[in-house]
Design a binder for this molecule. Structure first.
Ligand SMILES: C[S@@+](CC[C@H](N)C(=O)[O-])C[C@H]1O[C@@H](n2cnc3c(N)ncnc32)[C@H](O)[C@@H]1O
Length: 287
């Protein structure tokens, strides 16, 4: 198993012992959760992607102490309030955002720019909206907004790319990854800029920023009277959203920012796991 969880020690030490309920809202390869399992009698493991959840379910059953109660839920962490209504408030919640490396290897879902496949990018395959719809049906203004907000491109460059997309699809649909790459290439973008545009389309497809905001709005009501929440982000846009929400909660004096600044992986961790280099961990707890 090649996956290495990021900031594992830091998450582990932020999690109190003897929790009644721990929720991992983004399970995937379960590594964080597996290490947290000894600290609670009930774990809730969520992932929006049913494939990821069933892989985890198969592998985890054998690994975790049979005395721990585990509940698997295939849903978005943004719906966490319906889960706490059913199972009670949580003592510890972890979100480890971003896609996982397996997603990049699923070539037919168009998570990677390296494979030619139909535009898709949905975590949840039952969701209607796909990357194809965004690229082929969104107006130039809507596309421009995505590139400004989620790719940090200037409004002028974003408009140029959006207009190029609209002009191209008037001639024929942009159906595949490579069709889309070609349009971006013709706008003068290199590989890393193309990757960032792909990411921005993925963020829009899966409503990632809105899901995070919805979760953060619900946070004060879903945690028990003493609780901790850890959120790991890999993108400055996500981190800004978490930072602002945590600061607002802390300003009420009922919550404590466990670290004033986001925690970064150590030099050693980055050397061992290059994928960790842009990760940031923020922790908040109830006073
Ligand atoms: C970076 S991985 C988590 C890795 C995990 N902590 C580990 O140690 O193996 C992120 C996971 O979050 C899932 N995900 C993305 N958006 C989600 C959402 N809104 N609700 C629940 N899961 C989501 C993805 O399917 C992916 O499996």
């Amino acid at each position: 198993m090649l996956h290495t969880p990021v900031l594992l020690e830091e998450v582990n030490s932020a999690c109190p012992d003897n929790c009644n309920l721990i929720i991992d809202g983004t399970l995937w390869h379960w590594w964080h959760s597996f290490h947290l399992a000894s600290k609670t009698s009930h774990l809730i493991w969520m992932d929006i992607d049913p494939n990821m959840l069933s892989i985890a379910q198969k592998n985890l059953q054998a690994l975790v102490n049979p005395q721990s109660k585990i509940t698997y839920i295939n849903d978005s962490y943004s719906n966490i309030d319906s889960i706490t209504k059913q199972y009670g408030k949580a003592d510890f919640i972890l979100l480890d955002l971003w896609v996982n490396m397996d997603h990049f290897k699923i070539w037919d879902r168009w998570f990677s720019i390296n494979y030619n496949s139909m535009l898709d990018m949905r975590f949840d395959q039952e969701q209607n909206l796909s990357a194809y719809d965004i690229v082929n049906k969104y107006s130039a203004q809507q596309l421009e907004k995505i590139f400004v907000e989620y790719a940090d491109f200037t409004p002028i460059k974003s408009r140029e790319i959006a207009e190029n997309i609209v002009q191209t699809r008037k001639k024929s649909e942009i159906q595949t990854t490579f069709d889309f790459k070609k349009v971006l290439w013709e706008c003068g973008l290199g590989k890393s800029a193309i990757t960032v545009i792909f990411q921005s389309i993925r963020i829009q497809t899966n409503n990632e920023i809105q899901n995070l905001k919805t979760f953060l709005d619900k946070l004060p009501d879903i945690l028990s009277s003493w609780w901790v929440c850890c959120i790991i982000t890999f993108h400055s846009i996500e981190d800004r959203v978490v930072k602002k929400a945590f600061q607002q909660l802390a300003s009420t004096k009922r919550f404590d920012l466990v670290n004033k600044k986001a925690i970064k992986p150590t030099y050693i961790e980055v050397q061992k796991n290059k994928a960790s280099r842009s990760s940031l961990l923020r922790i908040i707890s109830k006073i």
